[in-house]
Write a protein that binds this ligand. Structure first.
Ligand SMILES: [Fe+2]
Length: 382
C-alpha cells in the first residue's frame, strides 16, 4: 500500500444550531480582532451573534462578499486590502464555497507580502498565523475542511487552484440548519459537486483506502438524500446527511483530489459562467462512462454504495449506478445537455483546449484522457 498524508481541521463541530457559536470559538482561541466575511442574505441571520460578539469585547470588521460570480483576482484584491489594513487575529467565513475560499485566502495572505498570483499551484503559501473558522451554508464544496481555494485569474481568464495545508481551517463549524434557506437549484448543484468529489476521489488514480471510506459514505448520503433536500428544504435529516456528504467530499480533496470531471468543467465555468456544481453535474455521467472500463469493480461498488442491487456482472452493475446518477441529477432539476445551457458546437474544441490545461487534475484520472477524448465527451452531452 502506498503512503498517504491526511491533514484535516483539528476541530470539527457538526450539529444543528451551532453556527452562531463562532464568537465563543474565537474567544476560546484568545483572539480579539475578528474579520467576519459573509454575504448579503446571511447578515440578518447573523445579526444576533454579531451583537453577542461585540458585547463580549470582540473587535469586528464585517466584510460583505455579495458577488454572484465565483471570486476573481480583482474582487479578492479589494477585500485583501481591507483585511490587511485591519490586521485580523481571526477570520470567520460564513457562506457558500466562494465565501469560504476567499476567507481562507484572506487568512493566509493577511500578513506577509504574498499575493494570489504568487501562490497559484500547490504548497506555495508561506504560512498563516491567524485563527480560521469556516461555516458552510451550502453542501457542498467541502471547502470547510479542504486545503483548496479557487480564484479566476483575470490576467489570463483562467480559473486556478491554490492548494496548501495553510488553507485548512482550524475549525469547521458545520450546522445543517444553515442550509435550510438554500434554494432548490443551488441545493441540487452543490450537492452534485459533493458527489463528484467523492466519486472522483474513489475512482482516482491516486485513490487510497484511508480516503475511500469517506468517499463511499459521501456517495451513499448524496444518492439517498439529495432529492429530499432539494424538494423539502427544511428536512433536517436530509440536510444533515448532505452536510456530512459535503464534509466527506472535502476530506477527499486534500489527500486525493478530483480528476477529469472537474478538469472538463473549468472551461464551462470560465467561458460560459456555469456555476461550479452545475458544470460538474452535467459532465459527471459522461466522464464516469469514459472512466468505467479502467476499474469495473470500483465502479460497481459505487452502485452498491448507493444501495442498488448487484446485477451479478460488474459492468452491468457499474452501468446501473451511472444511469441512477443521471436520473438523480434530472430529478433534481439539472439540465442534461450542454446545448440547453447555451453551449455551441463550434466552441467544443476550445473547451477541450481549456480542459487540457488542467493537467494537475487530468493526471489524477484513472484513464488517460486526451484532447480528442475531451472533445468526444463534450459532444456526447451536447
Ligand atoms: Fe468541486
Amino acid at each position: 500500500m502506498r503512503s498517504i498524508e491526511l491533514i484535516q481541521p483539528k476541530h470539527i463541530i457538526f450539529g444543528a444550531g451551532y453556527a452562531q457559536d463562532w464568537a465563543n470559538i474565537v474567544l476560546a482561541g484568545k483572539k480579539q480582532r475578528v474579520l467576519l466575511l459573509s454575504t448579503h442574505p446571511l447578515w440578518a441571520v447573523l445579526e444576533k451573534s454579531i451583537g453577542n460578539a461585540r458585547e463580549k469585547g470582540l473587535e469586528l470588521l464585517c466584510l460583505d462578499y455579495s458577488w454572484r460570480a465565483e471570486p476573481d483576482t480583482e474582487i479578492f484584491e479589494n477585500l485583501h486590502r481591507q483585511s490587511k489594513d485591519f490586521g485580523p487575529q481571526a477570520i470567520v467565513a460564513i457562506g457558500g464555497g466562494s465565501v469560504l475560499d476567499v476567507g481562507k485566502l484572506l487568512a493566509a495572505l493577511s500578513s506577509g507580502t504574498q499575493k494570489p498570483s504568487d501562490v497559484f499551484g500547490k504548497n506555495l503559501l508561506d504560512s498563516r498565523d491567524n485563527l480560521l473558522i469556516c461555516v458552510p451554508t451550502t453542501a457542498g464544496t467541502g471547502s470547510e475542511v479542504s486545503p483548496n481555494a479557487i480564484l479566476f485569474d483575470l490576467r489570463d481568464g483562467e480559473k486556478k487552484g491554490i492548494i496548501s495545508p495553510w488553507l485548512i481551517p482550524d475549525t469547521a463549524l458545520i450546522d445543517p440548519e444553515m442550509t435550510f434557506s438554500l434554494p432548490p437549484k443551488l441545493t441540487a448543484e452543490t450537492g452534485m459537486d459533493a458527489l463528484c468529489h467523492c466519486i472522483e476521489a474513489y475512482t482516482n488514480k491516486y485513490a487510497h483506502p484511508a480516503v475511500d471510506l469517506y468517499a463511499l459514505k459521501g456517495i451513499e448520503y448524496v444518492y439517498k438524500n439529495l432529492k429530499t433536500a432539494v424538494k423539502e428544504g427544511n428536512n433536517i435529516e436530509a440536510r444533515s446527511a448532505m452536510a456530512l456528504a459535503s464534509m466527506y467530499g472535502g476530506l477527499c480533496l486534500g489527500p486525493v483530489n478530483t480528476s477529469a470531471v472537474h478538469a472538463l468543467s473549468y472551461g464551462l465555468a470560465g467561458k460560459y459562467h456555469f456555476s461550479h456544481g452545475l458544470a460538474n453535474a452535467v459532465l459527471l455521467p459522461a466522464v464516469m462512462l469514459f472512466n468505467m472500463e479502467a476499474d469495473l469493480e470500483k465502479n460497481a461498488r459505487i452502485a452498491l454504495a448507493m444501495g442498488l442491487p448487484d446485477k451479478g456482472d460488474l459492468r452491468a452493475t457499474a452501468r446501473s449506478g451511472i444511469k441512477a446518477i443521471q436520473e438523480l441529477s434530472r430529478d433534481c432539476g439539472i439540465p442534461q445537455s450542454l446545448s440547453s445551457l447555451g453551449v455551441k458546437r463550434e466552441d467544443l474544441p476550445q473547451l477541450a483546449d481549456m480542459a487540457m490545461n488542467v493537467k494537475r487534475l487530468l493526471n489524477n484520472n484513472p484513464r488517460e484522457l486526451e484532447w480528442k477524448d475531451a472533445l468526444s465527451i463534450y459532444q456526447s452531452i451536447l
